[in-house]
Design a protein around this ligand. Structure first.
Ligand code: NAD
Ligand code: UDP
Length: 309
């Protein structure tokens, strides 16, 4: 198979690159490195079948290759990243996604959009199933990301209806693993690095808000299965086991044998109170469910960050 992976130098994208390179596929990565790192894909440099193009997908009108599958992951994804790059985030979701859908249409490639649980906003339904339309503030600071992704979903669905492009929408719930940047602001890399330095955990709000965390190998497996189906409706991929942020801090503290204290800071605006995927559809359509529990995944991530220090 010949793949184009946008955002392939980022956290999830680079693990997908590893997966497809291991299977002997041809992989072209397009990434402008706004939040990604070239070192994430450095092991493939010079490998047969691997190409890296450093480019903004908003400027990408075509690629000089046949493509069977596009995995469209390019987008700042961490709250501190998309709040730092609000306009770039919206341009990427809109113009960038449009460019990739045109390429998919012209090359008759399958197109997979990496969407997000953020499209459910601060959800009034719990857990969140794909039928739920969400509760999003369209002008709040997080809107650059969640409304951007909602637009990207709408455009993807329109290309399927209008042009028959074979599309798939994955709604990714909080995912963690090796290669997240220590300073990307997301809760697991932040807490792990605080614990390893015995610094206080920065708990936003009262820490009773919940999230559900999927380990990277489970996410790669889910996305790879999604890429093989002809299903066109959105599918949630995430781990349904739900934790409060205080519970996450406690687990990280225990696994790192750390002395970190809790420091309570203001909750960011529009921070969702709870989040947990209903994964019935993924089980049925993809025969997929997560296998790695948070304790095991944390051990891997902690080991990795220890090596990075
Ligand atoms: P990441 O920031 O590590 O990776 C994103 C990559 O996209 C980076 O390498 C970045 O440089 C690249 N990029 C951004 N804008 C670009 C542009 N205009 N042109 C070219 N490249 C561009 O983030 P991630 O966690 O790996 O997320 C990957 C995808 O998965 C994103 O689309 C994100 O919305 C989605 N997602 C991730 C999570 C999660 O928990 N990690 C949750 C939901 C959705
Ligand atoms: N969070 C926190 N301290 C941090 C980073 C995050 O308490 O240092 C909280 C954040 O307010 C949110 C949850 O952890 O409620 C998950 O945040 P993250 O940025 O990882 O992902 P998202 O908000 O996109 O789910």
């Amino acid at each position: 198979m010949r793949l184009l992976i946008t955002g392939g130098a980022g956290f999830i994208g680079s693990h997908l690159v590893d997966h497809y390179m291991r299977h002997g596929d041809e992989v072209m990565v397009v990434d402008n490195l706004i939040t990604g790192r070239e070192e994430n894909i450095a092991s493939h440099r010079g490998s047969k079948g691997f190409t890296f193009i450093k480019e903004d997908i908003c400027e990408l009108s075509d690629v000089d290759a046949e493509i069977d599958l596009i995995l469209h992951l390019a987008s700042p994804a961490s709250p501190i990243d998309y709040l730092k790059y609000p306009i770039e985030t919206m341009r990427t979701a809109s113009l960038g996604t449009h460019n990739l859908l045109e390429i998919a249409k012209n090359k008759r490639a399958k197109f997979l959009l990496a969407s997000t649980s953020e499209i459910y906003g601060d959800p009034e339904q719990h857990p969140q199933a794909e039928e739920y339309w969400g509760n999003v503030n369209p002008i709040g600071p997080r809107a650059v990301y969640d409304e951007g992704k909602r637009f990207a979903e709408a455009l993807t669905a329109a290309y399927n209806r209008e042009y028959g492009v074979n599309t798939f929408i994955v709604r990714i719930f909080n995912t963690y693993g090796q290669r997240m940047r220590a300073d990307d602001g997301r809760v697991i890399p932040t807490f792990v690095n605080q614990a390893l330095k015995n610094e206080s955990f920065t708990i936003y709000g009262d820490g009773k808000q919940t999230r559900s965390f999927c380990y990277i190998s489970d996410m790669v497996d889910g996305i790879a299965r999604a890429a093989q189906t002809d299903y066109t409706k959105p599918v949630n991929i995430g781990n349904p086991k739900e934790y409060t942020i205080l519970e996450v801090a406690d687990m990280v503290k225990t696994h790192c044998a750390s002395n970190s204290e809790m420091e309570f800071l203001p909750l960011p605006e529009n921070d969702p109170k709870k989040r947990k995927p209903n994964i019935s559809r993924a089980k049925e359509i993809l025969d997929w469910e997560p296998r790695v529990d948070l304790g095991t995944g944390l051990e891997h991530v902690i080991d990795w960050f220890r090596g990075e220090k």
